[in-house]
Design a protein around this ligand. Structure first.
Ligand SMILES: [Zn+2]
Length: 637
């Protein structure tokens, strides 16, 4: 494909002359020179695959430990990137005259040694806690909050609520827990098994199982069921038929927080708490949900401590400016440089927790591409307007870095005429590149249609701003800033330790850079682009991660720390939109489920069914409102 490349640069040279004459004044002239057939001018040097490779090699090296936001390795990478911008002679565009902008992110969850279960003996002079669990006999669940709780013990069978099977361990009085510590059995009720039943049921995932219990048997749902009914803590014990079952490993790859302490305990601990445990479970398996009748009034008082450390640390955006002829307008060119570190939240290789997720494609490739664009443009004199290069952190944690910047911009947000976002551009060897957000400004389609072949790439243009997975372009699209997202596709190494340098296709990435440089030139030398609302994404788009069965249609604001779910918007055509919910609303209740965290909301979506009409309570401008929402499924529209 070498040919294409040359043709790009010959074109650029030919046009360089035409554009230098005051593009701002004669819009006719710039319009003529900016017609899509003619390549824009100025940048003479060709993108270097070697430089791209070298930069990805540095960023994806084990020494950078997977660049998890908030870690020393991320700061090291941020300083290296700032030094690169400085070497290129670009001006600092971060905070306080530096290249960096710091902001807080949740750090990887850590487990301490002090998780324990104790019996509390009360006597005239006070209470005495007797620890009944030895080290290794209890372990916090992935969704456990850190901290202590105590209350009378309440046994609630399998802790399940499943309407299809007419099973509810919290029906009637059994649902009034009032701060008790709830003990439940892991797994799903033992019924006469068919072959399919035995194969299908899963404890950890929300995956549909063939045994008709679906996700209702998952650890997360059991903890949330107990919380919803007023438990102060939850203990999960193995079924007597699996008394030697290992404690479920703490799954660092899941960030869900239930909001109460939740421990998995060994069988012996369950017996120490409740000597009748085996008989009670046998009775349930024989007689069904009512078999597990348990007299709460005579139960012992229990104290639980979950030693889970959830803390925050500083992460860093890196920003640099290339001054242009017109500094009232800025083209923002960005990519996130953070990745998953040693696994945990977002990793698709939970079994490889602790291994470095190098993130060569995600997103060392986009970061290196931004550096290469900066080098090429900086070497070509003043562009028609300012160009700011932004390397975001915290993207893997929910677009935290770009959202923080957009809420606290280090220069006028209104000056941003367009945003280019690159996330996973390291697999263009097959000559294909997807571009999303094309519908957010009128000229994008024709410019890209011309630029693709010139760079030797087959561009898959998507007018909507949403496709497979999210990225930092969404931070700007929701602020009605025309934005393009460049992406070479998901692959089997996505979010795994195997996303390594060896699979990075540098020559392909160089072509991506060529397309982006051409677009930057076009945008910079064109009159300010008018925002166009992009169309909703096509139905049937595959989303990375477990799809939700029920659709509400909220677009959550991940950086929100208050109680409830702050909406940063609603999905087009969704139940939330139809019910009139708006960006800025804070969802606080869905049906009879209080929504304090995003997990409570996810729990509500797994509790109700498509077609259910639920009352949604929310705060608008601090005033409580409510509306009936008819839940749907994603493909029900
Ligand atoms: Zn990414």
């Amino acid at each position: 494909m070498k040919a294409h490349f040359e043709s790009t640069w010959l074109f650029l040279a030919a046009l360089a002359l035409a554009a230098c004459q005051a593009p701002a004044e004669s819009s006719a002239a710039s319009a003529a020179s900016n017609s899509s057939s003619a390549a824009p001018r100025r940048v003479l040097e060709r993108p270097s695959a070697e430089r791209l490779y070298a930069d990805v090699a540095w960023l994806a090296d084990d020494a950078q430990e997977g660049r998890r936001a908030g870690t020393p390795a991320e700061l090291r990478s941020a300083q290296w990137l700032a030094a690169r911008f400085e070497q290129l002679g670009l001006a600092p565009a971060g905070e306080g005259g530096t290249y960096l902008q710091a902001f807080d992110v949740p750090l990887p969850v850590e487990l301490g040694e002090k998780s324990a279960v104790s019996l509390v003996g009360e006597f005239a002079g006070g209470a005495l806690e007797t620890r009944i669990s030895a080290g290794g006999e209890v372990l916090p669940l992935f969704c456990s909050s850190g901290g202590a709780a105590s209350g009378a013990l309440a046994f609630r069978g399998y802790g399940l609520i499943n309407a299809e099977n007419e099973w509810n361990d919290y029906a009637g009085e059994r649902g009034l827990l009032e701060g008790r510590v709830v003990l439940v059995v892991r797994g799903v009720p033992q019924r006469p098994a068919t072959a399919a039943d035995a194969a299908a049921s899963t404890e950890h995932g929300a995956v549909q199982s063939g045994d008709g219990w679906g996700s209702s048997g998952s650890l997360f749902m059991k903890v949330m069921n107990a919380k919803r009914h007023g438990a102060s803590a939850v203990l999960l014990a193995p079924h007597p038929s699996a008394r030697d079952e290992a404690l479920p490993e703490f799954d660092h790859s899941r960030a869900a927080q239930a909001g109460i302490p939740a421990l998995a305990i060994r069988y012996d601990v369950a017996l120490r708490l409740l000597p009748a445990y085996e008989a009670l479970v046998a009775s349930i398996d024989e007689h069904g949900v009512l078999g597990g009748a348990f007299d709460d009034s005579r139960s012992p008082r229990v104290a639980v401590n979950a030693d889970v450390v959830r803390s925050k640390g500083p992460a860093h955006n890196v920003l640099a400016r290339l001054a242009g002829a017109d500094s009232s307008r800025t083209v923002l060119v960005g990519a996130h440089y953070d990745h998953l570190g040693r696994g945990g939240d977002g990793s698709l290789a939970p079994g490889q927790h602790g291994e470095i997720h190098n993130g060569a494609d995600d997103n060392a490739s986009g970061t290196a591409a931004v550096l290469e664009m900066a080098r090429l443009l900086a070497a070509s004199g003043k562009p028609a307007c300012d160009v700011v290069f932004a390397l975001w952190s915290g993207e893997e944690l929910g677009l935290l870095g770009s959202e923080h910047w957009a809420q606290r911009p280090t220069f006028a947000l209104e000056s941003v005429v367009a945003k280019l976002n690159l996330d996973m551009v390291g697999r263009a060897g097959n000559g294909s590149l997807a571009v999303l957000g094309v519908g957010s400004a009128e000229p994008f389609e024709s410019w890209l249609t011309a630029a693709g072949p010139r760079a030797g790439l087959d561009l898959k243009l998507n007018r909507s701003g949403q496709g497979v997975g999210g990225s930092d372009h969404q931070t700007f699209l929701k602020r009605k800033i025309p934005s393009l997202h460049f992406f070479t596709g998901v692959h089997s190494d996505y979010h795994k330790p195997s996303d390594d340098l060896e699979r990075f296709e540098a020559a392909g990435a160089a072509k991506v850079v060529a397309v982006c440089v051409e677009l930057i030139e076009r945008i910079a030398s064109a009159p300010r682009l008018a925002w166009v609302e992009p169309p909703a994404p096509e139905q049937g788009g595959v989303r990375v991660g477990a799809p939700m069965r029920v659709w509400f249609g909220t677009v959550p604001e991940y950086s929100y720390e208050g109680k409830g779910l702050l909406l940063s918007g609603t999905s087009p055509g969704s139940p939330a939109e139809k019910a009139g919910m708006l960006a800025g609303d804070v969802l606080i209740k869905v049906g009879d489920i209080e929504v304090e965290t995003i997990q409570d909301f996810m729990y509500a979506l797994q509790t109700y069914k498509a077609g259910d009409v639920v009352l949604a309570k929310y705060l608008r401008g601090g005033v409580e409102e409510s509306v009936r929402v008819t839940l749907a499924t994603r493909d029900a529209q």
